[in-house]
Design a protein around this ligand. Structure first.
Ligand code: HEM
Length: 217
């Protein structure tokens, strides 16, 4: 049992450092992040199969990289899409609520100044961007994370507009109607897929960041 004396704390290592060591990514960030990975994977791959049934552009996605079963894969893909939708929405609301109320978004994602974005982008492209302190996001990361969170909100709202265009007609109207909401939904998916490509490459290039997102430190 501790004596309770102030002298029991090592003088060269203030108590707060052990807290910050463990808190690069607190448990709720890691849990919601990895649940989101599963939900996004199912949403995107089943969404591609649903798109194939009624393409917006002159191409379809290879069935081998989509999920879904049944005639043309559509019924199965819809079931997967709506099942993962609940996971994505409940998990997303949890992450965004805790991020806003607990001040994480303000601390980690702000400020985003255009000058800093240009400076950090230049440094990143010339291999001079430091990853020494994983607890601080550079401005390019901040922009990408804030952007993908915003894209997450848009993809859910445009999805709701397509799913229940009568019940949620006010939301559908914000996107300019059912047909426009389909395009918004598609482009939100494309931005998230584009983000993911860069994000996963960076996570592989800086493996200690991946370790921190799994173990917290
Ligand atoms: C296999 C896929 C993924 C891997 C390997 C991965 C990996 C990581 C890693 C390592 C970090 C920490 C970055 C750092 O400390 O510098 C991170 C943070 C983050 N990732 Fe991912 N990620 C994946 C998928 C996703 C997806 C699908 C999304 C959203 C669409 C996403 C959104 C984010 C966000 C917003 C953060 C910042 C979280 C915060 O600090 O609150 N990631 N990811």
């Amino acid at each position: 049992m501790s004596s309770g004396a102030a002298g029991t704390r090592p003088v060269d290592r203030p108590a707060v450092s052990s807290i910050s060591d463990a808190a690069i990514h607190p448990g709720w960030v890691r849990i919601t992040h990895w649940i989101n990975v599963i939900a996004m994977f199912v949403m995107i791959t089943s969404g591609w199969r649903i798109y194939n049934a009624s393409p917006l552009f002159g191409f379809t996605f290879p069935p081998a990289i989509t999920i879904g079963d049944g005639i043309d894969g559509l019924p199965g893909a819809l079931l997967w899409h709506f099942a993962a939708m609940w996971l994505l929405v409940v998990n997303g609301i949890t992450y965004v609520t805790l991020g806003l109320l607990g001040g994480r978004f303000r601390r980690k994602l702000l400020p985003i100044r255009p000058d800093d974005v240009i400076r950090d982008l230049r440094a990143a492209l010339t291999g001079r961007l430091s990853h020494d302190d994983l607890s601080v996001y550079n401005t390019v990361q901040r922009l990408l994370y804030a952007g993908v969170i915003a894209a997450g909100v848009v993809i859910v709202l445009s999805g709701v507009s397509i799913w229940k265009p009568v019940q949620f007609q006010e939301i559908t109207a914000i996107f300019g109607g059912y047909d426009a909401a389909r395009f918004v939904h598609f482009f939100a998916m494309a931005s998230i897929a584009g983000f993911l490509l860069i994000h996963v490459i960076l996570a592989i290039l800086v493996p200690k960041s991946l370790r921190a997102m799994i173990l917290g430190r």
